[in-house]
Write a protein that binds this ligand. Sequence first.
Ligand SMILES: [Mg+2]
Length: 142
Amino acid sequence: MSLSKKKNRRILIVDDETDVLEFLKLYLGSLGWEVDAVSSTSDAFQELENTTYFMILTDIAMPDMDGYEFISKIKEKGIPSEMALMTGFGYNPKHTLVKIYKTTRYPCLFKPFNRSKVIETVQRAWDSYHSDLLQSDSDSNN
Ligand SMILES: [Mg+2]
């Protein structure tokens, strides 16, 4: 498991819908982010064994484990990635946001995606993950 933070541009995307994975991989890749996309949480845990990601973006409704449970396992393992959820049609955004607020407090992206919201969420996660790393960079430069 990659438990120590290292500066990186890698995002792990977990969704059981392959068209969502393809879109996000292409779109975020075109903006210079390095994207790994997997269709199950078990594949996600395998990726996390070997690779450090500043961000994990996970679907909520998946057959093997839902996004809330997945996030709580990530936290249990002490993986320091920033996290965000995403969800699609058939969910009431207000209900979902209340549930997220009561449980994880991570940002949530709604499908179909608002592209500027995707960019903003990823950039915020990058800033947040790296804030202490960049702080120690500038300390060592002084
Ligand atoms: Mg799903």
